[in-house]
Write a protein that binds this ligand. Structure first.
Ligand SMILES: *Cc1c(COP(=O)(O)O)cnc(C)c1O
Length: 375
């Protein structure tokens, strides 16, 4: 699905040199690379503050801690997402309220969010799923009308650009009160382990996030708030500093793969190619097809046999997960998410794919489709 080793090799010897420099310095925690990376990412994203942390899930947790939400407060979350989005909400004693997604884009829609607002709703989490921005203009308008905090989950969309009606643009994760991203190795900007960051335009939130990510202390051994230990390792910051200048190229490489898949599959009525949000660029963390009348398991097995891996993101929507099931969410509550969970399939996409590999995948998908029986 992703070829991390080839990308690493292509960026050598720089990566090894950067890591060896950290090892030689001995400054493994809060070394100078961490601040340098934060400053470089701040400039790259056009956001006022970047607060690095240990992973994307922690970024989401820190966001809700800093916003001061209280147990019982409701947070609106798309039901079709990676579990981390809802996990931290539940962990903090807040109530994740699930909202179905758009059948075309798989993203949260302003109308659906508005319909789910109650007097207890305090925040909404647009997830920029698979690499393109949710319809932020409408979502921000609903959030403003109902006085909701907006926490963007940009773990899959770092580098995606959203264009507002007045023509101004913003990067994924920089439009809400707080944006969260992940540097998990397979993410679009990946390090060599876990890593994450928070984005915000608000000085007070940035200071609080920084403090909460480091045991609630501004001054060492003076703890003003309850915090957590969630710091980006110096080694990871060094790796990320080296990769950040390549982020636009990484996106272009993924977009080229997506364009080849689009051209090959757009005429096929059994495969629905990813629908683009007009206002957003797509950085293709995943290239996800919606199968129409195809036995997905048979399709995947046949592709696997011919050496083409596929994955299902995500096979079970949140309301059907044991940990998040609730009596008010029986099967059938979120028909779009349930349909997607049964019919989506993602093809390999990464920065190092060669033309012959792309052609082999395309050829094999066509061949497989013409051979398997249809559900
Ligand atoms: C990866 C991911 C996260 C969590 O990031 P980690 O760094 O793995 O903790 C959160 N939300 C989404 C949508 C993700 O894809």
């Amino acid at each position: 699905m992703v070829d991390l080793l080839r990308q690493t090799e292509r960026l050598q010897p720089g990566l090894n040199e950067a890591m060896h420099a950290v090892v030689a310095s001995g400054a493994f925690i809060q070394g100078p690379e961490v601040k340098l990376f934060a400053a470089e990412l701040t400039a790259h994203e056009g956001v006022k503050h970047v607060v690095p942390c240990a992973n994307g899930t922690d970024a989401l947790q820190l966001a809700f801690m800093a916003l001061g939400l209280k147990p019982g407060d409701e947070v609106l979350v798309p039901v079709f997402t990676y579990v981390a989005t809802a996990e931290v909400i539940a962990l903090l004693g807040l109530t994740p309220v699930l909202v179905d997604v758009d059948p075309e884009t798989f993203l949260l829609q302003p109308e659906a969010v508005e319909a789910a607002v109650t007097p207890r709703t305090k925040a909404v989490v647009p997830v920029h799923l698979f690499g393109q921005c949710a319809p932020m203009e409408g979502l921000l308008r609903v959030a403003e009308r109902f006085n909701l905090f907006v926490v963007e989950d940009a773990a899959q969309a770092i580098g995606a650009t959203y264009t507002f009606a007045d023509g101004h643009t913003a990067q994924a994760g920089t439009m809400g009160h707080i944006g969260c991203t992940s540097f998990f190795p397979s993410k679009n900007l990946g390090c060599f382990g876990d890593g994450g960051a928070l984005f915000t335009q608000h000085d007070d939130l940035a200071a609080l996030l920084q403090q909460m990510a480091n045991h609630g202390q501004k001054v060492k051994y003076y703890h003003d708030t309850v915090g957590v230990n969630s710091r980006l390792d110096t080694l990871q910051a060094a790796v990320l500093r080296l990769k950040l200048p390549h982020l636009r190229d990484f996106a272009a490489r993924r977009q080229a793969v997506a364009a080849a898949y689009d051209a090959a599959f757009s005429g096929n009525d059994r495969l629905k190619i990813p629908v683009r949000v007009a206002q957003s660029t797509h950085v293709f963390h995943q290239y996800t097809l919606l199968l129409q009348g195809v036995d997905r398991a048979a399709f995947q097995a046949a592709l696997q046999e011919r050496g083409v891996p596929t994955m299902v993101y995500y096979p079970v929507p949140l309301h059907l997960q044991k940990a998040y099931a609730r009596p008010e969410y029986p099967v059938g509550t979120f028909p779009v998410a349930e349909h997607l969970a049964q019919n989506v399939v993602s093809l390999p996409i990464h920065t190092e794919m060669e033309a012959d590999e792309i052609q082999y995948i395309i050829h094999t998908v066509h061949q497989t489709l013409s051979q398997i029986s249809f559900a």
